[in-house]
Design a protein around this ligand. Sequence first.
Ligand code: PMP
Length: 427
Amino acid sequence: RLASDAHHSAPITQGKSGHDYGGFFREAVSRLHGERRYRVFADIERVAGRFPQANWRRPDGSTREITVWCSNDYLGMGQHPEVVGAMTETARRCGVGAGGTRNIAGNTSPLVDLERELADLHGKEAGLVFTSGYVSNQAGISTIAKLIPNCLILSDAFNHNSMIEGVRHSGCEKRIFRHNDLAHLEELLVEAGDRPKLIVFESVYSMDGDVAPIGKICDLADRYGAMTYLDEVHAVGLYGERGAGIAERDGVMHRIDVIEGTLAKGFGCVGGYITGSAAVLDAVRSFAAGFIFTTALPPAVAAAARASVRYLKRSKVEREAHQRQATQTKAALEAAGLPVLHTETHIVPVMVGDAELCKAAADHLLECHGIYIQPINYPTVPRGTERLRITPSPFHDAAQIERLTAALAKTWDALGIPRTGSAFGVA
Ligand code: PMP
């Protein structure tokens, strides 16, 4: 009943002085409402040891137990005892903050160890950690491309916003190749001639759950003398013998110049990184504003992430269970006639094709069935391909898959959503 209470009861003073620009902001948001893509975040309390169960706090303050089907903590590592143990032990030992940027007192030993661990994971000379995967792409791509004179960037059409921002911030010329289209990529490489080239792409594409032909892209890169930058955000921890991702699974990790990943999804923590040659990483470390001018990840987070990476290097049980549960979820949804997009990965998109219906379906699932799946609308996916993106984990059991299937079927019927997904190429 002390400072925090006083803070909450402090009078609201915004907009009381100077010019009132509030109308601009309200209008911008009302445009989103008009386009039916105003976002509402469910207020979720995660409970250690209970994943994928969680508590949903409604706007009126009441709570309901729910099953989370859209977490990117794909393997539940955020609640793994070794990971939680590493974080709490390090927080007790070192405190909670990093204390500064990497350059100014923030270069703590757990962070240095984590970078070694990540370099080893991907078989590279060096690793460099950023405060998020987003920043690692934005800072990594922009800095690398900027440092190569006259660099042309070739970027997959479905690349994540963080990569697009990296390309934009580089100021370099770019060409977008059609998604996973090797012929188009080759055409652009030929057109580019002798100038330096950087190909940026992902391994697992997060919204469609499809996979890049990494080896074939490397063949083209070799043939036309291009550098390669691969985002393995939706694959690290999840694929490959030691959890290094699809490039490891496909035996082509050594052919990629820079591999980027996140510590926030398969590894269940927070932070992002790039790995590559010592020369490239030393340059990014020296020139990337998004690395230099921000406080480092706290030591406890670095220790937790390292524990997670180390654990998943040696344990395959979670990866195998993850794939099994994803396959079973897809099979159950397909058997119920729901329009599941065929994927070869753990990502299970169920197509709706309309922003309003998609949000209504998500609301219905949460309110009527205690199932939480965030709707995915434009601009994350193209208009008309709105969907529910389901991410099974090793901890979703057969009974939960059955409940999910029944709830989706009832929701589709209640809202009159078409079961045929022919518009999306769904069988
Ligand atoms: N790359 C891809 C492909 C992503 O989907 C995301 C986040 N969803 C990121 C990078 C950013 O990672 P982070 O969440 O660690 O910032």
